[in-house]
Write a protein that binds this ligand. Sequence first.
Ligand code: FES
Length: 81
Amino acid sequence: MNIYVCIGSSCHQNTSYFVMKEMKHLIGENSLEEKVRLLPAFCLGGCGDGVTIKIDDELITGVGMDNVTDLFKARVLNACL
Ligand code: FES
């Protein structure tokens, strides 16, 4: 599984650095380094409300520190179990 976190200017202003850092932490905490690759991406075309990420081919907008953990559990952890 590949997770792309947008680091474009709009998402950067919306805390993409912290979202990326938290994703990295969650991947490590759940020992998913062999299954999940975390990659930066430039503008994914979903600028606006929160950070945009892409999990494989699925674009997800509105990501932030308030929902990144729940999102990780629902979309990443469940898929890797
Ligand atoms: S800058 Fe992140 S989607 Fe455009």
